[in-house]
Ligand binder design. Structure first.
Ligand code: SF4
Length: 437
């Protein structure tokens, strides 16, 4: 075993899963650094002697990735290459007892709400004054802002409430303070995230308060883009469209997972909405904010989904002409109410339906991108990759949406800056353009 006792601990935080988990890791890193620890994030360096794996437990694939990552570090611990291994996050919250039994190399497991307990392992105090000072791990010009934790909905397929608990909103003042600090460090775009964005405020202010929050954030000087992720369609607060139309720095963008379009499937999913109500909501969005870019996600292969029900979903996608679509295949999760139904759509049928739906969207996306050729759009540049500077318009979020590629040989843009780009070509998921003088 390597002698490490004289060396100061260096911590490597490994994040798996979604942007909400990433924010949790950022909070952990902020607290550890506030307690004078040297901390790296998702690092391949081998000199960290303490590892914290922040896991995801959403669906089978994510669980598998989390377990494999823990096992990889457990092997390093057995070899004596690391001193301590801690595991936190959703998987740990959901399967703590089983994991403790199966992977004894791990020093301790923590649930999603047990940050103080994890810090105690480092003899570190939870410092309340650091809450608004989050150190981000994303590029300097954008950051996620988690406006609430947990979810009060009862969608039958979803394991998130089991792992994240009931909905808890963060106060508006705290979120504004956090945003001001982020802008001071160079952030130009914030992405609002939550398990269920539109429920914001009901627990804290006894009313839906997302529009109040949006107005307060929009007033933060220097903040150029505010982007909305994960809205729930039932009882959608329609005044969001007014504030979106009224405020320039709120992107004309809405990420609203709809999950399905067949009324019978929606009922089995317990989504509390019908196809007609969803169509009306989408029409209203486009009427009030004509330029809006709508992103949605669907779940195929839900228990009992027939070919007819799936076809209804395909028709809906053709009819609604969404700007962006993502498709997930149903994963049969224990302790959800859908687990009581037979998981009767074969894996190959689920995969085939996911492909068919994406193919429909591919054509829609191609046509929409082609229509943009010749237009000049404001683009925020995220990185340089190979021969291109790569950026996004206000209709595109990080990682999941389309990108704008500008040849680096003929143009120069600064990463983290906006530039006006004239679109010259388009494929299904990318736009190509050149800098406008
Ligand atoms: S609203 Fe979203 S997070 Fe909440 S239960 Fe439904 S799918 Fe899960």
């Amino acid at each position: 075993m390597k002698a490490r006792t004289l060396k100061k601990d260096k911590v490597n935080v490994i994040t798996l899963g979604c942007s909400k988990n990433l924010v949790d890791s950022e909070n952990l890193i902020t607290q550890l650094r506030g307690n004078d620890y040297q901390v790296v994030h998702d690092s391949n360096d081998e000199d960290a002697n303490v590892i914290v794996v922040n896991t995801c437990g959403f669906i089978d694939l994510a669980k598998e990735e989390s377990v494999n990552t823990i096992l990889q570090y457990a092997a390093l611990k057995t070899k004596g290459d690391i001193d301590k291994l801690y595991v936190t996050g959703c998987l740990s919250q959901r399967y703590k007892d089983k994991l403790e039994e199966d992977i004894p190399e791990v020093d301790a497991f923590f649930g999603t709400l047990e940050l103080p307990g994890l810090l105690a392992k480092f003899d570190a105090d939870y410092q309340h004054e650091l809450i608004g000072e989050r150190i981000t791990t994303t590029p300097q010009h954008y950051a996620y802002l988690k406006i609430s934790e947990g979810c009060n909905r009862t969608c039958s397929f979803c394991a998130i409430p089991l792992m994240r608990g009931k909905h808890v909103s963060q106060p508006i003042e705290a979120l504004v303070k956090q945003t001001k600090n982020l802008v001071r460090t160079g952030v130009k775009e914030i992405m609002l995230i939550a398990q269920e964005l539109t429920y914001y405020g009901l627990d804290l202010y006894k009313k839906r308060a997302l529009t109040d929050l949006l107005r307060a954030l929009s007033d933060v000087e220097g903040l150029e883009w505010i982007r909305l992720h994960y809205a729930y369609p039932s009882k959608f607060p329609e005044d969001i469209f007014d504030v979106m139309a009224e405020r320039k720095n709120i992107c004309n963008y809405l990420d609203i997972p709809l999950q399905h379009a067949s009324d019978t499937v929606l009922e089995r999913m317990r989504r509390q909405i019908t196809r007609k109500e969803m169509v009306d909501l989408m029409m209203l969005a486009r009427k009030r904010v004509p330029e809006i870019g709508i992103r949605t996600t669907f779940l195929v292969g839900f228990p009992g989904e027939t070919e007819e029900e799936f076809e209804e979903l395909c028709d809906f996608v053709r009819e609604m002409q969404f700007e962006r679509v993502g498709v997930f295949q149903y994963s049969h999760e224990e302790n959800t109410s859908a687990h009581n139904l037979p998981d009767d759509v074969p894996a190959e049928v689920k995969a085939d339906r996911a492909n068919r739906l994406m193919e429909i969207q591919q054509h829609i996306s191609f046509d929409k991108n082609q229509a943009k050729i010749g237009q000049t759009m404001r683009v925020l540049f995220d990185r340089k990759e190979g021969e291109y500077f790569v950026g996004r318009t206000e209709y595109d979020s990080v990682e999941v949406d389309n990108e704008v590629l500008v040849p680096a040989a003929d143009n120069f843009v600064r990463i983290g800056d906006f530039a006006m780009i004239k679109m010259t070509d388009a494929t299904e998921y990318d736009l190509f353009g050149e800098l406008v003088d």
